[in-house]
Design a protein around this ligand. Sequence first.
Ligand SMILES: [Zn+2]
Ligand SMILES: [Zn+2]
Length: 264
Amino acid sequence: MDVIFHGVRGSTPTADQNFLKYGGSTTCTEILHEQFQVIFDAGTGFQNVTILKDRPTYLIFSHFHYDHIQGLPFNHQIFDPSNKVTISSGLVKAEELREVFVRAFQPMYFPIPLVDTLKNLKFVEFDLIANELMDLCSLSTIQLNHPGGAAGYIIETENKKVCVFLDHEYGQEPTIDNELLLIAKESDLVVWDGMFLNEELAPKKGWGHSSIEQGITFSEKTACKNLAIAHHAPNRNDQQLNEHSNNLSSDKVFFAYQGLSHSV
Ligand SMILES: [Zn+2]
Ligand SMILES: [Zn+2]
């Protein structure tokens, strides 16, 4: 399977010549398998996703902060009624999930009532989706430490394991961290929330994000094959990210950039 990073910016999109390499679109990560596509979150990077007609499309949300949902109506392909998109989340039940999007995209915040307009969007319980995919992959969810809650995801197929842990604050809830360490053990890829540097963590305690350095620790503790730093701080430009990337003490950790396709 391929992991495609359509948006790797955290919190808010950026558009500036100094942000072109890593990209300014907010979080959206696609798992492309020859028989299905799973898209984790619909930040503004969602507009870069190609919705495939030859396999089912699952759009699965970690949580509903703006940087993870804002792009939903801006991929024009969802307005094509022949594109059936199944929406789900490990965080809430399907009915509540539907309500989240009814509220978020109604005329107070968005010109048209999106959910009522798009009959091709189907809101389905996470367990049902996991069952539906059972013959092709194992898809599971795990609790992350984030204000308001967030769900991480683990997808395994053909002896390959990918973990997507956005957004998560490492080092504050040992029970949650231990579960993550356990489940991510020897993963082929972990997608990591590297919003901060260690030196920035103290004043941002409780904001729900981890550091780049904690990503390195996590990669060592889990002995994962690769760890992709994502959810880059909105003010961290290409030059700064390049410097951090060049100074990495691990050769299995890399900085994800918009448009990167990583095969596992
Ligand atoms: Zn976020
Ligand atoms: Zn968040």
